[in-house]
Write a protein that binds this ligand. Sequence first.
Ligand code: SF4
Ligand code: SF4
Length: 281
Amino acid sequence: MTTPPKPPFADPAPHQRRPRLAVHKFSSCDGCQLALLNAGEGLLAVAAHFDIVHFAEAGVVDEAAEADIALVEGSISTPDERERIRAVREHSRWVIPIGACATAGGPQAHRNLAHAESWLASAYPQPEHVTALPTATAISAHVPVELELPGCPVSTAQVLTALTSLLAGASPRPEQDKVCLECKRRGQVCVLVAKGAPCLGPVTVTGCGALCPGLGRDCYGCYGPAENPEVATLARRFRDLGLDADAVARRFAYQNIGAAPFTQAVRDWRRPAVGHGDGDD
Ligand code: SF4
Ligand code: SF4
C-alpha cells in the first residue's frame, strides 16, 4: 500500500535548515545502500544538501534520529524488525522503501511460498535459536509509505532524482513504463521475438535502462511488476515457447517473488500444468 503523495516539506521549518536524511537497513544484502554509496559525485551532492543523520554503511549511526526522509532498505523478516519499522515511521516525514527487498520482500520472500520451519531446520543445526517471522514482506505491508523505488539493486539515478525532487518541493513520481518501452526507445533487438527468449520485460517496470536485453539477454524482472502487468498472458507465451510449467514458474521466482502478480504466477505454474491448456487462453 502506497499512500497518496503529500506536498513534501509543506511547512517552512525544514527550509530553515538542511533536510535530514536517514538510510535504514532491514533484512537485506546491503546492495541498495552500496548503490547509493557508489553514487560518486551524486553522493557528494547529497551530503552537501542534506544532513545525513543515520546511514550505517557510511559510518553515521543514530537509528532513532528524526528525519525528513528515510530511505529504507530490506524486508521485514523478524519480530524485531516489525517493531523497528514502526519507530522509523514515527520518526520520519517521508518513508521511501528502496530496492526489491523493501518493496516486495526480496529473495528472502521465497520462504513465503514454502514451509519456513522446514527450511530453517534444513539450514541450521539448532533452528530453535533463530527468531524469524514465517514470511519476509515489504515495508508497505507494515507501515504507510510515501513512495517506493524498486530494483535489485535500486537505481541510484532514481534515488537521486527522488531526493532532488523533494529538495525542490516537488512530489517525485514513481516510474510506470515497462522495460519494453525502454528497449524500443533504445532501438534494441527484441530477444523474445528474435531468439524466443522468455523475457519478463513486457510485465516489468523499467529502471535498469533495459540492461539485459541490451546485452542480448532476457529480462529477469529485477524491478518487479509494472502497472497492470499481463502476467498470465506472458506466462502462457513462455509455455508456447517450450518452457514446461515449472520453468514458467521459475521465471517469476527471482527477487520479486513476493510481488503479488509474480507470486500468483508462481502459484499457478509451479504445480502440474493443469488448467493451462489452449482452451483457457
Ligand atoms: S534489493 Fe537486491 S541489492 Fe537491494 S538489498 Fe535486496 S537483495 Fe540486496
Ligand atoms: S527484449 Fe524483452 S524487454 Fe525488450 S522489447 Fe523484447 S520482450 Fe520487451
